[in-house]
Design a protein around this ligand. Structure first.
Ligand code: HEM
Length: 437
């Protein structure tokens, strides 16, 4: 299970059906489900009864403080309402130029690297997307070295949290060996850097970034967020936006490299909608086919391959009983590949998301951004960001998958390519073909 949870859960789904009970580590009871009716009930209809699990609230809270990812109830609702404004249409339009400038800066290094030969796409896309998210939050002048420090801190601390969770018997050892402290110090260094930007901003004219939206937000008593709150909310947005878009994009480039027909259609659409202009949020709705490709990529490779909750009280959905304290694992990857809802589910077919077909999807069968009140606050931003990067890369490059690779998934917190995805990026040329994933 720890090495390959997707294989295990998919095997059990085939054996026991869409919803089954499972004992994590042989001890902790969990209900695993890919049934859209159960998923809708847990994430939306009775969402109040289901809180985020221990790993998200306690272990992440230890490092990240209180914020959107790590709170419940009224405190979460208030923050969500305030932060939502940072992702509305007007704000996304305003963020476009910061995102484009950040992308142009990242492309200089990317262009240099791909000229030298094939690359593993993930680390490059990770640098691109994280720099964009970080600058969308803290403004265009955020320094490269600070972005690197915060990104390294997030990766290292996240890995440590995963180890604390899957090897809990090592926690006393982590404390006495100084590992816990070392990770805390890392986080404090990153906090120090970001706090500097927050303090600086207090004395400056307003910017167009997300930090400004957070600073301008007011609680019902007219007060704004404290510097500590701004820090923990910004850090949580950085964590949530850290690996997600870059993983999706890695899988997308892989899928497109094996489907020249789709790649060509995306390119043509980008040409006809944008010409040589940069993508602004206003044009996102016009990139219909490219968005279908992204939605289909997210179906096959959802970065959050599962979403977990804990039942506060006993609950029932149809004939499924969910005992109090039981963990519920919404098996997103399984739901996205259920043949009851997705004919020929392993194949890459962006037509599933065309205007007509999308109306036929049952609710909660396609949930890459989760669902219900705690669904992804950054979903529109993420789609905008992915379209922006795709449009720039496809204008410049063709995509060639290096031959002889075994492309496989590794499901940790996020669904990643197990051994990377090596590709070369010539200016234009021939392509290969395959359509099952
Ligand atoms: C392809 C990219 C992304 C995917 C697939 C994704 C997916 C998700 C999912 C599935 C959840 C719900 C988790 C749950 O219910 O436990 C979530 C929550 C969240 N996401 Fe995203 N996300 C993406 C990008 C982003 C970005 C770029 C940001 C911020 C800049 C972001 C910020 C958040 C936040 C703050 C939450 C927690 C919301 C809350 O609890 O109220 N995400 N995301």
């Amino acid at each position: 299970m720890a090495r390959n949870p997707i294989d295990v859960l998919s095997k059990y789904t085939a054996l026991y059906g869409d919803t089954f009970r499972f004992y994590l580590g042989g001890m902790k009871e969990a209900l695993v489900t890919r049934d859209p009716a159960v998923i809708q009930h847990v994430l939306k209809t009775n969402a109040e009864n289901y809180q985020k699990s221990h790993i998200q609230v306690k272990r992440m809270g230890h490092f990240l403080g209180k914020g959107l990812l790590t709170t419940h109830g009224e405190a979460w609702r208030t923050q969500r309402r305030l932060i939502q404004k940072g992702f509305d249409r007007r704000q996304l339009e305003a963020l476009g130029s910061i995102m484009q400038d950040s992308l142009q800066e990242s492309l200089r290094e990317f262009d240099r690297q791909v000229r030298l030969g094939p690359v593993d796409v993930y680390p490059h896309l990770m640098k691109m997307t994280f720099a964009m998210v970080a600058r969308s939050l803290f403004g265009a002048h955020l320094k490269d070295e600070d972005i690197r420090l915060v990104s390294d801190t997030i990766s290292t601390v996240q890995e440590f949290i995963v180890r604390q969770t899957i090897e809990p018997y090592l926690n006393p050892w982590f404390a006495v060996s100084g590992q816990l402290r070392r990770h805390e110090q890392m986080r404090m260094r990153a906090d120090g850097v970001l706090s500097g930007y927050i303090r600086q901003r207090r004395g400056q004219p307003p910017g167009h970034d997300l930090l400004q939206t957070l600073m301008d937000a007011r609680y019902s008593d007219g007060q704004g967020m404290s510097d500590g709150m701004l820090l923990s909310e910004s850090m949580q947005l950085l964590v949530a936006g850290h690996e997600t878009s870059s993983n999706s994009l890695s899988w997308l480039l892989y899928l497109l490299s094996t489907r020249p027909d789709c790649l060509e259609r995306v390119r043509q659409e980008i040409d006809s909608v944008l010409g040589s202009a940069p993508l602004g949020y206003a044009q996102v709705a016009e990139l219909e086919y490219s968005t279908q490709v992204i939605q289909e990529g997210l179906r096959l490779y959802p970065p959050f391959w599962m979403v977990d909750r804990v039942a506060m009280e006993e609950d029932h959905v149809g004939d499924v009983v969910i005992p109090r304290g039981s963990m519920v694992i919404v098996y997103v990857y399984g739901a996205h590949r259920a043949d009851r809802y997705w004919p020929d589910p392993e194949s890459f077919d962006p037509e599933r998301f065309n205007r007509e077909n999308v109306k036929l999807h049952a609710p909660f069968t396609h949930i890459p951004f989760g669902g219900g009140p705690r669904s992804c606050i950054g979903a529109n931003y993420a789609i905008f960001q992915m379209l922006m990067i795709l449009s720039v890369l496809l204008r410049r490059y063709d995509l060639h998958l290096e031959p002889g690779q075994k492309i496989a998934e590794r499901a940790m917190v996020i669904l990643r390519p197990r051994q990377g995805i090596r590709m070369s990026f010539p200016a234009a040329g021939g392509r290969c073909g395959a359509d099952s994933y």
